[in-house]
Every structure is written in C-alpha cells, then in structure tokens.
Design a protein around this ligand. Sequence first.
Ligand SMILES: Cc1cc2nc3c(=O)[nH]c(=O)nc-3n(C[C@H](O)[C@H](O)[C@H](O)COP(=O)(O)OP(=O)(O)OC[C@H]3O[C@@H](n4cnc5c(N)ncnc54)[C@H](O)[C@@H]3O)c2cc1C
Length: 585
Amino acid sequence: MQVVYHDVIIVGAGLAGLRAAVEIAGKHDVAVLSKLHPLRSHSGAAQGGISAALGNAEEDSPEWHAYDTIKGSDYLADQYAVQVMCNDAPRAIIELEHLGVPFSRFSDGRIAQRPFGGHTRNFGEAPIRRTCYAADRTGHVCLHTLYEQSLRKNVSFYDEFQVLDLCRAEGAVNGVVALELKTGKLLLFHARAVVFATGGYGKAWKTTSNAFANTGDGLGIALNNSIPLEDMEFVQFHPTGLYQLGILITEAARGEGGVLRNSQGERFMERYAPSIKDLAPRDIVSRSIYEEIRQGRGAGAMKDHVFLDLTGLSREKIAEKLPEIESFARIYLGVDPAKAPIPVQPTCHYAMGGIPTDVNGRVNADAEGREVSGFWAAGEVACVSVHGANRLGSNSLLDLIVFGRRAGKDINRFLDRVCLTPLPLATNSADRAKETIDGFQAKKDGESLASVRTGLQKVMMEKVSVFRDKQGLSDAVGEISVLQKRAMSVSVSDRSENFNTELLEAIELQHMVNYSKVVAVSALQRRETRGAHSRDDYPGRDDGNWLKHSLCFLEKDGAVTHTHKPVDLSLAETRAEFVPKERKY
Ligand SMILES: Cc1cc2nc3c(=O)[nH]c(=O)nc-3n(C[C@H](O)[C@H](O)[C@H](O)COP(=O)(O)OP(=O)(O)OC[C@H]3O[C@@H](n4cnc5c(N)ncnc54)[C@H](O)[C@@H]3O)c2cc1C
C-alpha cells in the first residue's frame, strides 16, 4: 500500500483546519486531507458573522463577551477556555482582515458589527452590536481567504480523500488511512502530528441546516479508537430553518430587525425573553417556538411552524445586509421577504459536544485529561469546551479561528521539541478499513443504506430533539442499537472503483449510528434541563448533581459507557458575575 509522509496531517479543510494549516506552513511540512474540495466545506455556508468585542459600534469588552458566552452556555462552558477565546477575538478579527477577508464596513471605514442572539452589553443589560460580518456570506469569504493563504504558503492539499481511520503506535497517533475518491485506492498517511477538523454531524437528523457531508466522521473514528466524546447530549436546534427544508435563515435576520410571529401575528418572544426578545439565545427561542406550536398557535394547516417577519425592513436593507437569505426564501418557498413573512421551524444546526481537547487542541483520552499523544482536534468536531450546553450565534466561527491557530502553534512547539523520526507506522488500521470495505461489497441482499439512514434520521428527529423525556430517549437508545446492527449489514451493490459514493455513504452511516447512540445515551443519563438539553421529566437545571461534563466511550460491542468530568469555574472564583445563577433574559 502506498505510504505518503508529511510532518503534519490535518483532516478537514473548513476554517478550523485551514487556520491550523496556515499557522504551521512555512515551519513544518503540512498537508490537508479533505473528502470535499476545500471550498465546499460547511464553513463556507456560515452566513451571519463572527463575534469579537471590537467595540466599533458601541463600547464593548472581552469580559462582557465572556459573560454572555458563559451565561449562554447555561454555565457548562469551561471558563478559562472562554476567557482565552474572548480575549483573543479582537486580534483574530484584525488578523483575518489583514489576511484579506472583505468585511462589511461602517461609513467611516471600520469593520461593521451587528447584534446577535445572547450578546449583550454590561453583563446582560441590552443587546450589543458585536458580530462582524460580510453581508450574509461571512463563512464564504473567510473560507476563500484562508484557502488562498494556504495555497500561497504551499500547504499540500489532498482533495477528495476520505479518511477512514487513525494509525496508532505505542498509543500515539501517527497517521491516517484514507480512500482516494477518484480511484478507490486506500493510502496510508504517515505523520508526526494529526489534527481532526472534520466539522459537525447534523446529518443524523431529518431536518437540518447542515451540508450533506456533515456526517460526523471524526467523531465516529475517535469512538472506534477508544477516544471519548464530551457533552454529546447538547445538540443545537437553530430557531429559523426554512419550513420543511431546514435550510438556514441566519440569526442576523433578527439582528437586523426581523421578528418572530405566531399564527395570530403576535410577537411571542416578548413573553419568553422580555429583555432581549427575538435576540435570546437559540435554545430559548427554539423551545419557545415549539411551545407556541404545542399551545395551538402554530401557523398553516398543520399548525406546525411560525413566521419570521422581515417586512419591517426596507427592500434596500434586505438587499444590502441579507442578500443570500432573500434569495433562499424566494427560490425555495416562493416568498418575497420584503412583502410577506417567511415560514420557519427549528432545524438541527450545531454540535456543542465533540472530541475533548484542552485550549491548545490536544485531545484528552479520559476524564483526568491524559493526552492522546500526537493527536489534536479543532473546530466543530472538538469540545474545548467554550459553548457548554448552548452556543451563542457567531461564536463558532470565532472558535474555529482562535483554536485552529492555537492547535497550529502547539504543533509547531511539539515538532520543535520531539525527535525527527516519526514512530513506525502500524498497518493494522489499513487492514481494518479494507475488511470493512470488503465486507460491504461481499454482502448480497443486505440492508438498504437509505432505509437505515432514514430510520436513524426519523428516530433522532422525533426522540432526540428539542424536547426530550425518559420514555422517548430509552426508546431511541433501543432503536439505535438495532440500527447499529443493521448499518453493519448494509450491502453496497456498486462495485466501481471511481467515485463510489455508495460505499462512502455506507462508511459514513456507521459513524452516524455510533455517535447518535452516544447522543441518545448521554441525553438519557443527564436528568436535568440545561441549555439545548430540555427534559420534560426534569424541567429544572440541577447544579448540585449535574454541573459537570459528560464523557462517553464506545465499547467494541456497540454499547456506550459514560463518566463525568468537572467544569472549570475559574472566573467564578474571583468574580460574582461568573457564578452560575438562574438564566433569565
Ligand atoms: C448553514 C450554516 C450557517 C452557519 N452560520 C454561522 C455563522 O454565521 N456564524 C458562526 O459562528 N457559525 C455559523 N455556523 C456554524 C459554523 O459554520 C460551523 O460550526 C463551522 O463552519 C464548522 O467548521 P469546521 O472547520 O469545524 O468544519 P467544516 O467547515 O464543516 O469542514 C469540515 C471539513 O472536514 C472534512 N471532512 C469531514 N470528514 C472527513 C473525512 N472522513 N475525511 C476527510 N475529510 C473529512 C470536510 O471535507 C471538510 O473539509 C453555521 C453553520 C451552518 C450549517
């Protein structure tokens, strides 16, 4: 089997992976592997913006930003990590600008900023304009800029290579097994450091804002290698997906003045979050929408959605600030947002949980924080944890840029320190990958890939959604266990070697059933309501028992075991503002 060597292998060409690559390039030999062309990564779909207390629109401070992030996380975020992120944010934005990101500007030339959910001034007083943006194409311009910078710095790219497994020697990670989509060939990539920046996992739910490729491969591969996942029960539903499609309408639409209305035309968020109304954090707004629907005030014949009303904004403002979403509403629903409200419903959007890391992206192997040597993770696949139980809008792009860079810096330090010879490459993971592939192709009349996947998306949507309870979650765990077995016996009828997408999807499905099981088990065992995890049978937050992170492992037989680790409350030790308290907006 062909073996390729680079000092550093980064898996994933979204903003987290590219930011890490730019940091390492020029210092060490770095390659980026991506199952998509880099510019198709989901980061390019990010619309609304990236937060930083620049204070361009009004007075602001990183401390207020940290307060909002911690309160938004329902106090589950690790406070030191949040402090690191918020303090670094203004620098990170200026750096992006210098790299070439064409941010929208105020008339005096400074980078423009807009309000976003949960971002406030002076410890919760009123909404603040903190989110930097480029119209509603912020992710697109950031991704293009970092890709251009990566090319300029001669990062090696392996586009359309799907990573199937990690290679490990003496417990350390020292490479990956990848399948080249064009040829169907398996290759081994040997390295001294490996970074996972493989993004989110929304595709396990029926209604999602996520791209087709967001199948949580990095999470599945970590689980297969006995690496735990942290806080997986916290899955964010964004309040405003296009009705029945789930395509995202950015929170910036509300930041720019849009309001949510029920079937009676009432601006219902005034009742749920009197101080910041439609700009409350996403967990609260999504729950409020479902509450309206439950109480019979949903819109349409099915009474199953609400409206996002932008008719109070001028056509010019919509064209300047929200051109993409204007076209989405028009193309997909035939609605002109300047004239009529847009039908919306919550859509599965973001993974707060992921591979546990420290603030330098180093992957933790257990609750005690022991490192997996040679292995880093950054971006949505990682759990640092800066988002805790609920992420604030525009804090993800910031997380990618800040912690992608920190992982890159840490790897540079690591490579300067360790000996030049990498650990010898073990080939057993390649054998494992080959066995899996042969297994799929040898089966005749096995399970249908589409039916297992649809089954999973249905269970996750119905039973592991915004509102949860013991019965639903127990049923979900049982049903997913069956789906895990069925996913193993999927047959792949396509025998071709070139672009065999059926085979690739069968592999992705195995990751999907495994991390979904972890989500359901974590959600079942957390007997409280916190952030995006809302239990009908345990409606209150229970800091006495549950102010702790969940950590789950996948056993060889597909079972999930769990343990916990403490939340870092270091800011609360000296400042009353950061002490967990009731979360009111
Ligand atoms: C529609 C939408 C709008 C959003 N808007 C905003 C916003 O305005 N502000 C904000 O802060 N956040 C926003 N978010 C969230 C944010 O965009 C994501 O969290 C972020 O882009 C994830 O970036 P990433 O670098 O971690 O991964 P991604 O950008 O998802 O990239 C993942 C990469 O991993 C690669 N990959 C995955 N699996 C494999 C494999 N097995 N082998 C090889 N390569 C692999 C993919 O090819 C891809 O290159 C939005 C999300 C969505 C879905």
